[in-house]
Design a protein around this ligand. Structure first.
Ligand SMILES: *Cc1c(COP(=O)(O)O)cnc(C)c1O
Length: 354
Protein backbone atom coordinates (compact mmCIF):
# COMPACT_ATOMS: atom_id res chain seq x y z
CA UNK A 1 0.00 0.00 0.00
CA UNK A 2 1.32 3.43 -0.92
CA UNK A 3 0.11 5.45 2.07
CA UNK A 4 1.10 8.81 0.60
CA UNK A 5 -1.14 8.19 -2.38
CA UNK A 6 -4.12 7.89 -0.04
CA UNK A 7 -3.61 11.08 1.98
CA UNK A 8 -4.92 14.42 0.73
CA UNK A 9 -2.25 16.70 -0.71
CA UNK A 10 -2.95 19.59 1.66
CA UNK A 11 -2.35 17.25 4.61
CA UNK A 12 0.87 15.83 3.15
CA UNK A 13 2.17 19.35 2.54
CA UNK A 14 1.80 20.37 6.21
CA UNK A 15 3.79 20.16 9.39
CA UNK A 16 1.91 19.31 12.59
CA UNK A 17 1.46 22.26 14.97
CA UNK A 18 4.71 22.41 16.94
CA UNK A 19 3.84 21.87 20.60
CA UNK A 20 7.04 22.03 22.63
CA UNK A 21 7.77 18.64 24.18
CA UNK A 22 10.87 19.88 26.03
CA UNK A 23 10.54 19.59 29.76
CA UNK A 24 11.16 22.83 31.61
CA UNK A 25 10.97 24.31 35.06
CA UNK A 26 9.51 27.64 34.06
CA UNK A 27 6.95 27.44 31.26
CA UNK A 28 6.45 30.78 29.56
CA UNK A 29 5.70 29.64 26.01
CA UNK A 30 1.95 29.02 25.73
CA UNK A 31 0.16 32.05 27.24
CA UNK A 32 -1.39 30.04 30.05
CA UNK A 33 -2.36 31.47 33.43
CA UNK A 34 0.71 30.79 35.63
CA UNK A 35 -1.42 30.64 38.78
CA UNK A 36 -2.93 27.32 39.86
CA UNK A 37 -6.49 26.95 41.07
CA UNK A 38 -6.53 28.64 44.52
CA UNK A 39 -6.31 26.09 47.33
CA UNK A 40 -9.60 27.24 48.90
CA UNK A 41 -11.41 26.19 45.71
CA UNK A 42 -9.84 22.80 45.28
CA UNK A 43 -12.03 20.80 47.63
CA UNK A 44 -15.24 22.14 46.14
CA UNK A 45 -13.92 21.53 42.65
CA UNK A 46 -12.92 17.96 43.48
CA UNK A 47 -16.35 17.26 45.00
CA UNK A 48 -18.06 18.66 41.91
CA UNK A 49 -15.99 16.50 39.56
CA UNK A 50 -16.56 13.43 41.75
CA UNK A 51 -20.32 13.93 41.39
CA UNK A 52 -20.22 13.73 37.58
CA UNK A 53 -21.72 10.40 36.36
CA UNK A 54 -18.85 8.98 34.33
CA UNK A 55 -20.87 6.01 33.10
CA UNK A 56 -23.19 8.28 31.10
CA UNK A 57 -22.53 10.27 27.96
CA UNK A 58 -22.21 13.98 28.64
CA UNK A 59 -25.14 16.27 27.94
CA UNK A 60 -25.18 16.57 24.13
CA UNK A 61 -24.67 20.13 22.97
CA UNK A 62 -23.92 21.35 26.54
CA UNK A 63 -27.40 22.94 26.65
CA UNK A 64 -27.54 24.05 30.29
CA UNK A 65 -24.05 25.48 30.07
CA UNK A 66 -24.79 27.22 26.78
CA UNK A 67 -27.73 29.03 28.37
CA UNK A 68 -25.62 30.16 31.31
CA UNK A 69 -22.78 31.49 29.17
CA UNK A 70 -25.20 33.14 26.74
CA UNK A 71 -26.58 35.06 29.68
CA UNK A 72 -23.11 36.10 30.78
CA UNK A 73 -22.31 37.28 27.22
CA UNK A 74 -25.65 39.10 27.03
CA UNK A 75 -26.86 37.17 23.95
CA UNK A 76 -29.54 34.54 23.18
CA UNK A 77 -28.70 30.91 23.82
CA UNK A 78 -29.12 30.10 20.13
CA UNK A 79 -26.23 32.48 19.41
CA UNK A 80 -23.67 30.42 21.34
CA UNK A 81 -21.78 27.25 20.46
CA UNK A 82 -19.46 25.64 23.02
CA UNK A 83 -16.45 23.74 21.78
CA UNK A 84 -13.55 21.59 22.90
CA UNK A 85 -11.38 24.69 23.07
CA UNK A 86 -11.68 27.42 20.46
CA UNK A 87 -9.45 25.21 18.31
CA UNK A 88 -12.43 22.92 17.77
CA UNK A 89 -14.69 25.86 16.94
CA UNK A 90 -12.19 27.04 14.32
CA UNK A 91 -12.27 23.54 12.88
CA UNK A 92 -16.08 23.43 12.89
CA UNK A 93 -16.23 26.78 11.08
CA UNK A 94 -13.71 25.63 8.50
CA UNK A 95 -15.47 22.31 7.94
CA UNK A 96 -18.81 24.02 7.40
CA UNK A 97 -17.54 26.76 5.08
CA UNK A 98 -14.87 25.07 2.95
CA UNK A 99 -16.73 24.91 -0.36
CA UNK A 100 -14.57 23.97 -3.37
CA UNK A 101 -12.30 26.86 -4.35
CA UNK A 102 -13.14 28.88 -1.21
CA UNK A 103 -10.55 31.04 0.45
CA UNK A 104 -9.64 32.05 4.01
CA UNK A 105 -7.90 35.37 4.66
CA UNK A 106 -5.56 35.89 7.60
CA UNK A 107 -3.11 38.61 8.52
CA UNK A 108 0.47 37.51 9.24
CA UNK A 109 1.93 36.96 11.70
CA UNK A 110 -0.99 35.52 13.61
CA UNK A 111 -2.22 32.43 15.47
CA UNK A 112 -0.88 29.35 13.63
CA UNK A 113 -4.05 27.27 13.90
CA UNK A 114 -5.99 29.47 11.48
CA UNK A 115 -3.77 28.48 8.59
CA UNK A 116 -3.33 24.84 9.60
CA UNK A 117 -7.03 24.20 10.11
CA UNK A 118 -8.02 26.09 6.96
CA UNK A 119 -5.60 24.11 4.79
CA UNK A 120 -6.73 20.83 6.31
CA UNK A 121 -10.32 21.70 5.46
CA UNK A 122 -9.33 22.30 1.83
CA UNK A 123 -9.33 26.12 1.86
CA UNK A 124 -6.82 28.21 0.01
CA UNK A 125 -5.23 30.70 2.39
CA UNK A 126 -4.58 34.34 1.50
CA UNK A 127 -2.04 35.71 3.99
CA UNK A 128 -1.81 39.51 4.14
CA UNK A 129 1.16 40.95 6.08
CA UNK A 130 0.39 43.37 8.91
CA UNK A 131 1.67 46.92 8.57
CA UNK A 132 4.70 48.25 10.46
CA UNK A 133 2.69 48.94 13.61
CA UNK A 134 1.27 45.38 13.44
CA UNK A 135 -2.10 46.82 12.49
CA UNK A 136 -4.25 45.49 9.62
CA UNK A 137 -3.19 46.58 6.14
CA UNK A 138 -6.66 47.75 5.23
CA UNK A 139 -5.90 48.59 1.60
CA UNK A 140 -4.29 45.23 0.88
CA UNK A 141 -7.07 43.36 2.64
CA UNK A 142 -9.84 45.25 0.85
CA UNK A 143 -8.13 44.65 -2.47
CA UNK A 144 -7.97 40.94 -1.79
CA UNK A 145 -11.63 40.88 -0.67
CA UNK A 146 -12.68 42.60 -3.91
CA UNK A 147 -10.58 40.22 -6.02
CA UNK A 148 -11.55 36.96 -4.33
CA UNK A 149 -14.04 37.37 -1.46
CA UNK A 150 -12.91 35.07 1.37
CA UNK A 151 -15.51 32.82 2.97
CA UNK A 152 -13.77 33.38 6.30
CA UNK A 153 -11.42 35.97 7.77
CA UNK A 154 -9.67 35.31 11.09
CA UNK A 155 -8.63 38.27 13.24
CA UNK A 156 -7.16 37.62 16.69
CA UNK A 157 -7.95 40.58 18.93
CA UNK A 158 -5.48 41.06 20.66
CA UNK A 159 -3.31 39.42 18.03
CA UNK A 160 -1.06 36.50 18.89
CA UNK A 161 1.97 36.73 18.77
CA UNK A 162 2.22 40.51 18.43
CA UNK A 163 0.03 41.24 21.48
CA UNK A 164 -1.70 44.35 20.15
CA UNK A 165 -5.35 44.98 19.33
CA UNK A 166 -5.85 45.98 15.68
CA UNK A 167 -7.66 49.27 15.39
CA UNK A 168 -11.38 48.70 15.86
CA UNK A 169 -12.17 51.01 12.94
CA UNK A 170 -10.16 48.84 10.56
CA UNK A 171 -11.90 45.69 11.78
CA UNK A 172 -15.24 47.41 11.20
CA UNK A 173 -14.12 48.37 7.71
CA UNK A 174 -13.30 44.70 7.04
CA UNK A 175 -16.70 43.65 8.43
CA UNK A 176 -18.38 46.14 6.12
CA UNK A 177 -16.34 45.13 3.07
CA UNK A 178 -16.50 41.35 3.47
CA UNK A 179 -19.43 39.30 2.24
CA UNK A 180 -17.95 36.36 4.17
CA UNK A 181 -17.71 35.60 7.89
CA UNK A 182 -15.27 37.70 9.92
CA UNK A 183 -14.07 35.99 13.10
CA UNK A 184 -12.88 38.24 15.90
CA UNK A 185 -10.99 35.88 18.21
CA UNK A 186 -11.06 37.33 21.71
CA UNK A 187 -8.93 34.63 23.36
CA UNK A 188 -7.21 37.31 25.47
CA UNK A 189 -10.36 39.23 26.38
CA UNK A 190 -9.72 38.73 30.11
CA UNK A 191 -6.57 40.84 29.73
CA UNK A 192 -7.57 43.35 27.05
CA UNK A 193 -11.07 44.02 28.40
CA UNK A 194 -12.05 44.83 24.80
CA UNK A 195 -14.85 43.12 22.92
CA UNK A 196 -16.84 43.25 19.70
CA UNK A 197 -19.90 41.69 21.41
CA UNK A 198 -21.97 44.91 21.18
CA UNK A 199 -21.44 44.93 17.40
CA UNK A 200 -23.11 41.54 16.84
CA UNK A 201 -26.40 43.30 16.18
CA UNK A 202 -24.90 45.57 13.57
CA UNK A 203 -22.95 42.99 11.52
CA UNK A 204 -24.61 39.74 10.49
CA UNK A 205 -21.20 38.37 9.36
CA UNK A 206 -19.49 38.88 12.74
CA UNK A 207 -18.46 35.85 14.79
CA UNK A 208 -16.66 36.12 18.14
CA UNK A 209 -14.49 33.47 19.79
CA UNK A 210 -13.76 33.25 23.51
CA UNK A 211 -11.93 30.65 25.57
CA UNK A 212 -11.24 29.71 29.19
CA UNK A 213 -7.74 28.58 28.21
CA UNK A 214 -5.89 31.82 28.98
CA UNK A 215 -7.73 32.57 32.20
CA UNK A 216 -6.87 29.40 34.08
CA UNK A 217 -8.51 26.31 32.57
CA UNK A 218 -6.35 25.45 29.55
CA UNK A 219 -6.30 21.76 30.48
CA UNK A 220 -10.08 21.45 30.20
CA UNK A 221 -10.45 22.70 26.59
CA UNK A 222 -13.47 25.01 26.78
CA UNK A 223 -14.16 27.56 24.03
CA UNK A 224 -17.14 29.61 22.86
CA UNK A 225 -18.33 30.80 19.50
CA UNK A 226 -20.84 33.64 19.55
CA UNK A 227 -22.58 34.65 16.34
CA UNK A 228 -25.80 34.84 14.35
CA UNK A 229 -28.36 32.13 15.27
CA UNK A 230 -28.78 30.87 11.66
CA UNK A 231 -25.01 30.24 11.45
CA UNK A 232 -24.94 28.45 14.82
CA UNK A 233 -27.80 26.29 13.56
CA UNK A 234 -25.66 25.11 10.62
CA UNK A 235 -22.49 24.72 12.68
CA UNK A 236 -24.34 22.44 15.09
CA UNK A 237 -24.69 19.94 12.24
CA UNK A 238 -20.91 19.74 11.95
CA UNK A 239 -20.22 19.58 15.70
CA UNK A 240 -19.76 16.08 17.13
CA UNK A 241 -22.65 15.29 19.50
CA UNK A 242 -20.56 14.90 22.67
CA UNK A 243 -17.79 17.38 21.86
CA UNK A 244 -17.44 18.73 25.38
CA UNK A 245 -16.80 15.99 27.94
CA UNK A 246 -18.81 15.93 31.15
CA UNK A 247 -15.90 16.94 33.42
CA UNK A 248 -15.23 20.01 31.26
CA UNK A 249 -18.93 20.90 31.28
CA UNK A 250 -18.95 20.73 35.06
CA UNK A 251 -15.73 22.75 35.24
CA UNK A 252 -17.11 25.45 32.95
CA UNK A 253 -20.10 25.86 35.26
CA UNK A 254 -17.70 26.04 38.17
CA UNK A 255 -15.80 28.80 36.36
CA UNK A 256 -18.97 30.90 36.12
CA UNK A 257 -19.72 30.33 39.80
CA UNK A 258 -16.21 31.41 40.76
CA UNK A 259 -15.45 33.85 37.96
CA UNK A 260 -14.44 36.67 40.32
CA UNK A 261 -11.53 34.59 41.59
CA UNK A 262 -10.27 33.84 38.08
CA UNK A 263 -10.57 37.52 37.15
CA UNK A 264 -8.59 38.45 40.24
CA UNK A 265 -5.81 36.16 39.01
CA UNK A 266 -5.95 37.83 35.59
CA UNK A 267 -5.54 41.22 37.27
CA UNK A 268 -2.52 39.88 39.12
CA UNK A 269 -1.04 38.65 35.83
CA UNK A 270 -1.56 42.10 34.31
CA UNK A 271 0.32 43.71 37.16
CA UNK A 272 3.14 41.22 36.64
CA UNK A 273 3.11 41.97 32.92
CA UNK A 274 3.78 45.66 33.45
CA UNK A 275 6.66 44.87 35.80
CA UNK A 276 8.04 42.33 33.34
CA UNK A 277 7.77 44.80 30.43
CA UNK A 278 9.58 47.50 32.41
CA UNK A 279 12.40 45.10 33.28
CA UNK A 280 12.68 43.73 29.72
CA UNK A 281 12.85 47.22 28.31
CA UNK A 282 16.01 47.92 30.32
CA UNK A 283 17.91 44.99 28.79
CA UNK A 284 20.42 45.67 26.00
CA UNK A 285 19.37 44.87 22.43
CA UNK A 286 15.75 44.19 23.33
CA UNK A 287 12.84 46.11 21.86
CA UNK A 288 9.27 45.38 22.83
CA UNK A 289 5.88 46.23 21.50
CA UNK A 290 2.87 47.37 23.49
CA UNK A 291 0.65 44.47 24.51
CA UNK A 292 -3.02 44.05 25.43
CA UNK A 293 -2.52 40.40 26.34
CA UNK A 294 -0.76 38.23 28.94
CA UNK A 295 2.39 37.95 26.85
CA UNK A 296 5.04 40.23 25.42
CA UNK A 297 6.40 40.16 21.87
CA UNK A 298 9.94 41.46 21.55
CA UNK A 299 12.80 41.73 19.12
CA UNK A 300 16.28 40.78 20.06
CA UNK A 301 19.53 41.97 18.44
CA UNK A 302 21.09 38.59 19.22
CA UNK A 303 20.76 35.17 17.64
CA UNK A 304 17.38 34.11 19.01
CA UNK A 305 18.20 30.43 18.57
CA UNK A 306 21.14 30.92 20.90
CA UNK A 307 19.07 32.90 23.42
CA UNK A 308 16.34 30.27 23.29
CA UNK A 309 18.77 27.40 23.91
CA UNK A 310 20.54 29.21 26.73
CA UNK A 311 17.23 29.96 28.44
CA UNK A 312 16.31 26.29 28.15
CA UNK A 313 19.59 25.30 29.80
CA UNK A 314 18.27 27.15 32.83
CA UNK A 315 14.90 25.44 32.50
CA UNK A 316 13.07 28.42 31.03
CA UNK A 317 10.89 27.91 27.96
CA UNK A 318 9.64 30.82 25.83
CA UNK A 319 8.52 31.01 22.19
CA UNK A 320 11.14 31.62 19.50
CA UNK A 321 10.02 32.93 16.11
CA UNK A 322 13.58 33.29 14.82
CA UNK A 323 14.60 35.87 12.24
CA UNK A 324 17.98 37.44 11.68
CA UNK A 325 19.80 39.45 14.37
CA UNK A 326 20.19 42.22 11.74
CA UNK A 327 16.46 42.86 11.57
CA UNK A 328 15.93 41.76 15.15
CA UNK A 329 14.87 38.16 15.80
CA UNK A 330 11.44 37.81 17.33
CA UNK A 331 10.48 36.12 20.57
CA UNK A 332 7.39 35.93 22.76
CA UNK A 333 7.30 35.47 26.50
CA UNK A 334 4.20 34.68 28.55
CA UNK A 335 3.80 36.51 31.85
CA UNK A 336 4.55 34.08 34.67
CA UNK A 337 4.35 34.34 38.43
CA UNK A 338 6.35 37.14 40.02
CA UNK A 339 9.20 34.74 40.88
CA UNK A 340 9.22 33.27 37.36
CA UNK A 341 9.32 36.73 35.77
CA UNK A 342 12.22 37.79 37.97
CA UNK A 343 14.19 34.65 37.21
CA UNK A 344 13.51 34.96 33.47
CA UNK A 345 14.84 38.53 33.50
CA UNK A 346 17.88 37.57 35.56
CA UNK A 347 18.82 34.65 33.29
CA UNK A 348 18.12 36.59 30.08
CA UNK A 349 20.25 39.48 31.26
CA UNK A 350 23.14 37.08 31.91
CA UNK A 351 22.82 35.64 28.42
CA UNK A 352 22.71 39.05 26.75
CA UNK A 353 25.56 40.77 28.56
CA UNK A 354 27.94 37.82 28.21
C1 LIG B 1 -4.45 30.56 22.80
C2 LIG B 1 -5.32 30.99 21.71
C3 LIG B 1 -6.55 30.37 21.50
C4 LIG B 1 -7.00 29.30 22.46
O1 LIG B 1 -7.41 28.16 21.89
P1 LIG B 1 -8.10 27.06 22.81
O2 LIG B 1 -8.32 25.98 21.83
O3 LIG B 1 -9.38 27.65 23.32
O4 LIG B 1 -7.17 26.69 23.90
C5 LIG B 1 -7.36 30.83 20.49
N1 LIG B 1 -6.98 31.86 19.71
C6 LIG B 1 -5.82 32.50 19.90
C7 LIG B 1 -5.46 33.66 19.06
C8 LIG B 1 -4.95 32.06 20.89
O5 LIG B 1 -3.77 32.68 21.06
Amino acid sequence: MELRALIREEVLAQEAYPVEATSCRIKLDANENPLALPSELREGFAALLASVPLNRYPEAGSLALTARFAESFGVDKDQVLIGNGSDELIQILCTALARPGAEVMIPVPTFAMYRITSLNAGFRVAAVPLDEAFDLDLEAMRERIALHPPALIFLAWPNNPTGNCFSAERIEAILAASPGIVVVDEAYFHFSGKTFLPLLERYSNLVILRTLSKVGLAALRIGFLIGPAPLIHELNKVRLPYNLNALSQAAAGFYLDQEAIFLKQAAEVLKGRDELAAALERLPGIRLWPTDANFIYFSCDFDTDHVYRQLLRYGILIKNFGGSPATGGRMRVTVGTQEENLEFIKVLKNILVK
